[in-house]
Structures are given as structure tokens and as C-alpha cells.
Design a binder for this molecule. Sequence first.
Ligand SMILES: *[C@@H]1O[C@H](CO)[C@@H](O)[C@H](O)[C@H]1NC(C)=O
Ligand SMILES: *[C@@H]1O[C@H](CO)[C@@H](O)[C@H](O)[C@H]1NC(C)=O
Ligand SMILES: *[C@@H]1O[C@H](CO)[C@@H](O)[C@H](O)[C@H]1NC(C)=O
Ligand SMILES: *[C@@H]1O[C@H](CO)[C@@H](O)[C@H](O)[C@H]1NC(C)=O
Ligand SMILES: *[C@@H]1O[C@H](CO)[C@@H](O)[C@H](O)[C@H]1NC(C)=O
Ligand SMILES: *[C@@H]1O[C@H](CO)[C@@H](O)[C@H](O)[C@H]1NC(C)=O
Ligand SMILES: *[C@@H]1O[C@H](CO)[C@@H](O)[C@H](O)[C@H]1NC(C)=O
Ligand SMILES: *[C@@H]1O[C@H](CO)[C@@H](O)[C@H](O)[C@H]1NC(C)=O
Ligand SMILES: *[C@@H]1O[C@H](CO)[C@@H](O)[C@H](O)[C@H]1NC(C)=O
Length: 378
Amino acid sequence: MLSARSATTLLSFATAVLGANFSLVQDYSGNGFFDGWDFYGNYDNLTNGDVTYVNQTNATNLAYVNAGGQAIIKVDNTSFVPYNEKRDSVRITSKDYFETGTIWVIDAAHLPFGCSVWPSIWTKGNNWPTNGEIDIIEGVNLMTYNQMALHTQSGCLAANGTNETGEQGGGDCSTSAGCTVIEKTANSYGEAFATNGGGVWATQFDTSGIYIWFWGRANVPASVTTATDSIDISSWGAPSASWPASSCSIPEFFGAQQLVIDITLCGDWAGVSSIYAATCTDTATNACYLDNVINNGTSQYANAYFEINYIRAFGANSSVVVDSSGSAVGTSAAGSTATATGAGASASTTSGAADPTARALWLAYTVGVVSVLSWVVL
Ligand SMILES: *[C@@H]1O[C@H](CO)[C@@H](O)[C@H](O)[C@H]1NC(C)=O
Ligand SMILES: *[C@@H]1O[C@H](CO)[C@@H](O)[C@H](O)[C@H]1NC(C)=O
Ligand SMILES: *[C@@H]1O[C@H](CO)[C@@H](O)[C@H](O)[C@H]1NC(C)=O
Ligand SMILES: *[C@@H]1O[C@H](CO)[C@@H](O)[C@H](O)[C@H]1NC(C)=O
Ligand SMILES: *[C@@H]1O[C@H](CO)[C@@H](O)[C@H](O)[C@H]1NC(C)=O
Ligand SMILES: *[C@@H]1O[C@H](CO)[C@@H](O)[C@H](O)[C@H]1NC(C)=O
Ligand SMILES: *[C@@H]1O[C@H](CO)[C@@H](O)[C@H](O)[C@H]1NC(C)=O
Ligand SMILES: *[C@@H]1O[C@H](CO)[C@@H](O)[C@H](O)[C@H]1NC(C)=O
Ligand SMILES: *[C@@H]1O[C@H](CO)[C@@H](O)[C@H](O)[C@H]1NC(C)=O
């Protein structure tokens, strides 16, 4: 018997193959948002920020779905933090990894900002930096724009003269800052992002290159707002950031990527004295920590939160979803949550291993009887 899940899988898969569209393979939204993620549960030993990333048990007040169905991820702004201690925050990584052939769409209404605040939504391979890193959303302190970047081993460069609307920074992706691109579209970060109603990012992770688009709320194209089962990227035009494979071999520098969402405080970027002072004025030693992290943190962190409408992954086919070892995911993927909208399900069966029926149909499909199967499924 065909389960509803495998029917959905085959239909969306057929769409992807027959057109240049990408079909939904994972949907992080609504009450099931946090089911597909792992919580870090350790102090920030990655970027030297002044936070403890709580475990899932301790995250109930810092990572939750609000009454409007939006995922909230925030810095603790209610606890008194004594001098020399860290403030609680959140870092989560997706259980699923995504191969080239993936489009991630991130719709947010609010991004964390404020002096000392350093949020990011990004991706990384299972071995850093060997398997690469894509920074989709990142800003510090009172910056007014989003900064995108790739981080890789030596040998991956940003191309010159690419058709991107952002402003290219350093071109060597192996430097500590990475190969950066500054967003030039207005309202991409900070208070203006929130008052503008937020916006949407789409990232294409492809063997031909890596591309990031950004739209403020009023300009999100219908191809994005109406994308549920599939997404058509053909009318999006020039991306904000473009790193074509001509100067960076994507398969060589990037493995399957998992999504990461975190907010740290101060640390290696926000906390650097000159960078902190650039938008937060105080040039005193350790000002980032002393002015913000300690004491009640009430007003300092009133805006230090993500409000995420959804994060969706669309794939050239369902096989783009893998685990940390690169194996296609089984039916126990993130979508096992009953509240997920079926995307995890569509991520689950084309590997064939977990579902002999799907496997048989998959083989039939590959020998060219997809149109017949589509009718059978319907
Ligand atoms: C993608 O899907 C849309 C909506 O079904 C369709 O109009 C469009 O032609 C498709 N594009 C491609 C390249 O197949
Ligand atoms: C950070 O701490 C965790 C938990 O102790 C540990 O597993 C990990 O290796 C540490 N990472 C670094 C870069 O030190
Ligand atoms: C979660 O973190 C708290 C605070 O550090 C700790 O007491 C608790 O044991 C942790 N729980 C788990 C399940 O790791
Ligand atoms: C964290 O977890 C520990 C042990 O479960 C508990 O004692 C503590 O009150 C929790 N703290 C917060 C901030 O949730
Ligand atoms: C799935 O799509 C990826 C990316 O386009 C491609 O490399 C791979 O061969 C496809 N897999 C199948 C089973 O069609
Ligand atoms: C881009 O231009 C700079 C400056 O001329 C040069 O150093 C760099 O090698 C160029 N990058 C590529 C990928 O050609
Ligand atoms: C850049 O992209 C835009 C939008 O797709 C296109 O109209 C334009 O022709 C492209 N320019 C170049 C130089 O490729
Ligand atoms: C922190 O908040 C508590 C309770 O509201 C208050 O009594 C205390 O004075 C505050 N401490 C500082 C340093 O602002
Ligand atoms: C704490 O932060 C939340 C947003 O996460 C905000 O709504 C609330 O007003 C803040 N609390 C105070 C006392 O400022």
C-alpha cells in the first residue's frame, strides 16, 4: 500500500524532475519548529562570546513557538548576571544535512540586534572548515545591514565581476573574515528590518555556485510567498551575493550543510573594541561585556530575539537530505513530528531503504514510467 507520505514524496519528486522547480524536502515551522534541531548545551567555545548556549531542557523560555506560530529564539533578558559570568542564549543545529541541489528559504519578522548582540543563521559541513560554511544572515551590535560570507579551506575565491547586487568584500574565502558580501538592499538588519515587517532570504546551494537573495517584506516575490510544495527560482534575477564555481569548486570545498541558528554576545566579532565602538560608541576596555552582559540585561536585550515565520528547504530531489555521515535520511528524520507539515515525510522515503514500497516505485520511476505512477498515486 502506498502511504500518504510516499504518495506526497513521489508527486513532489516528479515535479522536481519534470521542471526546473525544487520540491519541499523539509519545513521548520509552527509548533514542530524545534523538533528538527539539536541544542548546543555548552558555553560559547566557538566564537568566545559571553554566553552559555543552553540545552533543550533549559531552553523553554528562550526557544519556543509563540501564539502566532512563530519560532522565538532569544537571549535571556530577565536574569541577573554577576560580573565574570555569562548570560544564557541559544544555539541550535539542524539534525538534517543538505547536499548541493538545495534551496533554503528563511522568512523572519525580527532579527536580534543591540549593542553586544551577534546573531547568525548559517550553514556548515560536519567537519569545519574542510566542509565549508555559508553565512546567510549575520550582523553585530547596531549595524544596519546584513553581511553574507563563505568560509572554506584555502583555494576557494570569490569571483570578480559577478552579477550580484551586494558589495563584495574580501575575495579569499579562507581568511578569518571569509569572502564577504554586504547587502545593499535597504532594511536587511537591525531595527529597520523589524519595522519594515522583516523579510525573506533564499540561498541556493548548487554545484554551479552559491547564491543568496534577500527581499524586504513588501518585495517578496509571489514565487516565494506562494511556495509550499515546490519553488520556482527562475524569475528571481540577480542575487545579493553570488559565488560561482568558476573560482570556487563547490564539491571540493563544501560537503552537505546543516543549518545553524545562534545568538552570541561580544566575542570575536561584536566584542572587538573597534568594532563595538563603531556603532555602540564606548571605547573603554571590555565595554561590550561591562555595558551589556552583566546585571539585569533588561533593556539591553529587549530586541535580542529572532522571530522566524518559517525555514523551508527545497531540493532538486528528496535525496538532497542526508545525515551527518552523508547517508540519505530514514523515516526518523526531523519530520517524524506529527505537527510538521509533511516535509520531513517527503524527505524520508526516496532513499528506499526504510520503505520497500517506495523503493520499488522509485525503481519503476527511474525506468521512465513516472507519468503512469503519478496517475496511480492520484
Ligand atoms: C515551475 O512551476 C511553476 C508553477 O507550477 C510553473 O509555472 C513554471 O513554468 C515552472 N518552471 C519550470 C522551469 O518548470
Ligand atoms: C566545545 O565544547 C564541547 C562540549 O564540551 C566540545 O564537545 C567541543 O569539542 C568544544 N569545541 C571546541 C572548539 O573547543
Ligand atoms: C541542562 O543544563 C542544565 C544547566 O547547566 C543542567 O543542570 C542539566 O543537567 C542539563 N540537562 C541535560 C539533559 O543535559
Ligand atoms: C536549568 O536546569 C536546571 C536543572 O534542570 C535547573 O535547576 C535550572 O533552574 C534551570 N535553569 C533555567 C534558567 O531554566
Ligand atoms: C538529486 O539532485 C542532485 C542535485 O541536482 C543530483 O546530483 C542527484 O543526482 C539527484 N539524485 C537523484 C537520485 O536523482
Ligand atoms: C579579483 O581581483 C583581485 C584584484 O585585482 C585579484 O587579486 C583577485 O585574484 C581576483 N580574483 C579572481 C578570482 O580572479
Ligand atoms: C544580471 O542579472 C540580471 C537579472 O537576472 C540580468 O537582467 C542581467 O542581464 C545580468 N547581467 C549580466 C551582466 O549578466
Ligand atoms: C536588577 O533587577 C532587580 C529586580 O528588579 C533590582 O532590584 C536590581 O536593582 C537590578 N539591578 C541592577 C544592577 O540594575
Ligand atoms: C525581554 O525581551 C522580550 C523579547 O524577547 C521583550 O518582549 C521584553 O519586553 C523584554 N523584557 C523587558 C523587561 O524589557
